[in-house]
Design a protein around this ligand. Structure first.
Ligand code: AMP
Ligand code: MG
Length: 280
């Protein structure tokens, strides 16, 4: 059983069917050991992705405030080669961004071949916060699910391997984490009165998430529900989902790398032959 639930296209998602505190029967110690193994494999996978340069990976992180988007980025990526990884954080759109279609700022941030791209929030905010706060008319945000599916299909057709992770925390866990930020001076910089305001809209956000996950999980760009009340399990579940799917590409990348090596060696040999001939 995979640790994160992959949403099959066309399924109606009910978040209450997913336990945010799930640990698949693992304790923290064995979970961390499993994580270390998978994380080492992810490191190798990223090296091959980077060197082969035939595909890119896009990992999208969404979740309520305090769900651990930043923590997941630190935890899952800490072993990877920074040269091949890029993180993009999407905030309230600027005036310039608002003057374009909602995917304009997203598309230009999409990872090029060879790169591992991470979105900390994404175009999904345009059917989440925009819907909950009525920042656009319903007609506008409703049309976006289809735009999103087509956009992601375009990326996938162009060699981008897409993973969308919803970090699922419980309302109680969020309260604990918000209070913890107040008590810990080192974490207080993260405090925001806005987080408490958003919390009052919890149910409307859950509903908006259920719609986004139900309407936009496709074969090429699936959504995963990640149990995120336990930080160690959250990191394990994300890493496992990445490795399980990317492992299938390794043979292709290794073939591409072998082919490249053959060409480079042949080039070198040709150069030496030419050099030796002319010095004779
Ligand atoms: P944080 O992730 O805590 O740095 O906060 C970023 C803020 O930007 C969140 O409150 C998001 O809801 C908000 N945000 C991101 N994208 C959009 C968007 N397209 N429209 C409106 N607000 C957004
Ligand atoms: Mg925040």
């Amino acid at each position: 059983m995979p640790y994160a639930a992959r949403i099959e296209p066309g399924t109606r998602v009910r978040l209450q069917d997913h336990d945010p505190a799930d640990t698949a029967g693992l304790d923290k110690e064995s979970g961390k050991a499993r994580f270390a193994e998978l994380n080492a494999e992810l490191d190798e996978i990223q090296e091959e992705l980077h060197a082969a340069g035939t595909h890119s990976v896009l990992m999208i992180l969404q979740g309520m405030d305090t769900s651990g988007k930043d923590g997941a980025i630190r935890g899952v990526m800490h072993n990877l080669n920074p040269q091949g990884v890029r993180v993009e954080s999407f905030k309230v759109p600027t005036d310039q961004e608002l003057a374009h279609d909602f995917l304009w700022r997203i598309h230009r941030a999409a990872p090029p071949r060879g790169q591992f791209g991470i979105f900390n929030r994404s175009h999904y905010e345009d059917v989440l916060v925009v819907r909950v706060h009525e920042l656009a008319p319903e007609k506008v945000w409703r049309a976006r699910y289809e735009h999103i599916n087509r956009f992601e299909a375009l990326l996938a057709d162009s060699g981008t391997l897409i993973f969308k992770f919803f970090l699922h925390i419980s309302k109680d866990e969020q309260e604990k984490r918000l209070h913890a930020r107040e008590q810990d001076v080192a974490k207080a910089w993260k405090l925001s009165a806005g987080d408490w305001r958003e919390r009052e809209l919890w149910d409307r956000y859950q509903e908006a998430y259920e719609d986004a996950l139900s309407r936009c999980s496709t074969q090429a760009a699936p959504w995963y529900v990640v149990p995120a009340d336990r930080k160690w399990f959250r990191n394990l579940a994300i890493t496992e989902a990445l490795v399980e799917r990317l492992r299938g590409c390794r043979e292709h990348w290794r073939d591409a790398l072998e082919e490249m090596s053959r060409l480079k060696l042949a080039e070198l040999e040709a150069y030496r032959t030419l050099r030796d001939d002319s010095s004779r």
